[in-house]
Design a protein around this ligand. Sequence first.
Ligand code: PA5
Length: 454
Amino acid sequence: MTAGSTHQDILDWTNASWERLGSSAGLRQRADEMAAKLAGEVAAGHLPFLATPFMGGLLEDLAELEAGFLKRFTHMLLLGIGGSALGARALQKAFAPGQDLPGHTGKSLWIMDNVDAAVLTAHLERLPADKTLVYVVSKSGDTIETIGQYFLVKAWLKAALPGTWKDHLLLNTDEKKGYLREEATAFGVRTLPVPDNLGGRYSAISAVGLVPAAFLGIDWRALVRGFMSVAAPLVDPKLDAAKLAAHPSFEFAVWGKALMDAGYLELITFFYIPAWSSFADWFAQLWAESLGKDGMGSQPIPAVGATDQHSVNQMFLDGPRNKACLFVERAQGPAGLPFPKDMPGIFDYLQGKRFGELLPAEALGTRMALCQSQVPLVCLRLGTDDAHAAGKMMALLGAATLLTGWLMGINPVDQPAVELGKRLAKARLGAGGLAEEKAALAGFTTGGRSERGF
Ligand code: PA5
């Protein structure tokens, strides 16, 4: 329960449909094996996202950045992609939504997680370089989408601010290796390290997501506290099978794997907290990139209520019966404006009500409809939709994803399949070597096409 809240954060398993998930009992029996694996991986330093050995130093760095350096800037231009961007965007949309509302005058965060030439040009034409901090986030330090932008943004800074451009850069990258690290060393640019073994999609509660949060004035301390409250029991040396079995991340992992075993190969994340809808995108990457391995996994489908009731919900309710749902709502949202007194007859049920009453009613309606359509559903109901609760949710879903992967027998922290596309793109751009990729590309783009105008 969060301070001042009368509501608890709840996982509601009432409609999880365990009776249809035959493998769940056997999976639960693997708590012993999973607890031992967790202890071993934590001890080996392989799970910094849960053990957060970097947190003490980072909290000091953040406090210092917040008190001084970050105050100098009105704009932050974040260059990063995938796990280097999605957590920051989710935090921004949830807790600093002002930029999307009329009349915004405060700080602005611009997240450049694509290689859209027009968008980059527009940003560089319109942003005031003297008030802009460029935050470059890349664990590897070599990601072409991020580094390609970095080259242009660095040139822009140098042209606009010849004497001070370095003071407008903050690089977050591997401590020792990668091109960005070389840049930092060569130019003496300010940096923050991405700790070893902290993969992008597991890194939101590190400098990757917390620096933008601090810039935007988000309560990053509460995020960290919330995160730690869920992660701490998992990295406790006294963890045993019983304790792991009692942890909600393990229950979620059992559910996630049992769903796959039973043929539920799509996992909807339906957020009925509109400002939190980017957490659905954050989770989609986490789940998909971690678990799509060896022909296994389940496809995450981000959705937001009430908007998606009028788009994809028909498919959820009456399409193939292969979907499960993580439904996220809050105990109480803002009351909103009262409806006017002169409501027309067919809407008189709104008389005396406030606008904020629509969303919970629609959430209940959709949740019940999904359950009646036999969609296995777990509801994450937050007492208060604040930063503390977000930290808790991120730890819960991060740990659950990891454990689901281990129950599947795959490695949930790598993403080997995405490398081929990257190599082919590099080959296309004429990078050295890559003879095999170049030959394959030639065959793919020229041989045996079937193309027609439309
Ligand atoms: O989760 C992941 O590991 C990936 O999505 C990465 O975050 C993404 O590929 C960007 O990598 P990097 O941070 O090395 O630039």
